[in-house]
Write a protein that binds this ligand. Sequence first.
Ligand code: NAD
Length: 484
Amino acid sequence: MKQYRNFVDGAFVDGTPTFLDVNPVDGSPVAEVHEADAALVDAAVAAARRALEGPWGRTTTAERCRLLRAVADEIEDRAEDLLCAEVADTGKPERIARQLDVARAAANFRTFADVAAAEGTESFLTEFGEGGRAFNYAVRKPLGVVAVIVPWNLPLLLLTWKLAPALACGNTVVVKPSEETPGSATVLAEILVDVGIPPGVVNVVHGFGKGSSGEFLTWHPGIDGITFTGSSATGTAIMAAAAPRVRPVSFELGGKNPALVFADCDLDATVDGLTRSVFANTGQVCLCTERVYVQRPVFDQVAERLTAAARSLRLGRPHDPAVTMGPLISAEHQRKVLRSYALAEKAGATVLTGGGIASVSDELADGFWVEPTLWTGLTNADTVVREEIFGPAAALIPFDDEDEAVALANDSEYGLAASVWTSDISRGHRVAHRMNTGIAWVNTWFLRELRSPFGGMGRSGLGREGGRHSLDFYTETTNVCVAL
Ligand code: NAD
């Protein structure tokens, strides 16, 4: 069977014990994964420290940007290998993985090469006393050895979103991919070797969270900062682990994202947008919509059309070009999503469509399939409307006017993303400004500008990454004040 080994100090190394990486489409084994124990995590952190203090620490921004661009080129050259690993681990349709995940991985490296190359720092001429003047300027330095802990839903995209700026800023890194999706990070490590990233600059340790490599990294004294994408609960645990040593953290966490559909919207475009925002990646995108607030005059029409769109989704094997939706990531996640489905019905929801396990075909019976699901009859008081499901499901809830829509949308402990659907451009801006979310889209969803700030409010995260905002996290600054 294929082996996914740890990557430490430029070499692939065994770990014990091993665990099975499973294909969610049919439950078949993909690879044996070597878990990193505490000693191997130590070795990875030590290798990263040596690399930081070695020649890598003296590279110029221009040299690092050249390497980042070379990584992007190599990602494109090895697209098929990355695609195979990603699709086997996640079960997502191949077409989507090619267009989104692999393309974005290359774009992440190019964007942060451009951003780092263009970056300047602020300076101030300070006047004091009787004609005294001083020149203040800030010098950026790498944050140090950075732990990059990432989830399974967009494994390569989210890893490279953090790895690229970390490297651009001159850091060294220990990556902990999700235990569910170790494949693409392992292929990426091979790419980094081929491109000439020096040993120790990037290390990859496999394993789980609590009691395993993930947790070992978070309290490791050799780690200077932690960047994490994953659930809000894990974010809380990581924050507690980092607190005693006051290490900086950057968190991209869960969401319970609203869509606000006004009666004046373009219905065709809105239903298309909602179909993507509710069901993309089987609802397993932090930005996916799980609450759809619809103005009463168009409520029935939106419900009817979205239901038809949900029913037209085609579930099946990733390589079938007609397939538009894959399985959930694991049996455990399938159980969690099905619990939410049951909870919705217990709360009195009307099920417009779905609500259970999807039976796709006999040969895929052991995969982790669920039906795309829509409900009406729920309110913001119901748990399924308050807690993240992270599956292909949403509640449709009516509203009368703009103020009510805004209040309903903002009535959440999460604050990641909102989308506003209206033909009134003033209303679009106005409502977007009132969203307590890190991103507010108007008449679109998931359209990303990689130089803009990305992150969440409340339980959805801490800090912003993207463009120069990433540089702020992955560097420390020293302000130099020179009396003239
Ligand atoms: P998760 O929190 O269970 O795991 C994420 C990573 O953290 C994995 O690598 C895991 O092994 C590790 N981990 C778990 N417990 C840990 C601990 N105590 N210490 C250190 N590491 C630990 O999340 P998941 O189920 O893999 O991903 C789904 C979640 O991620 C959803 O909540 C989703 O909304 C969120 N997410 C957020 C964003 C964003 O940008 N805001 C993007 C994607 C996913």
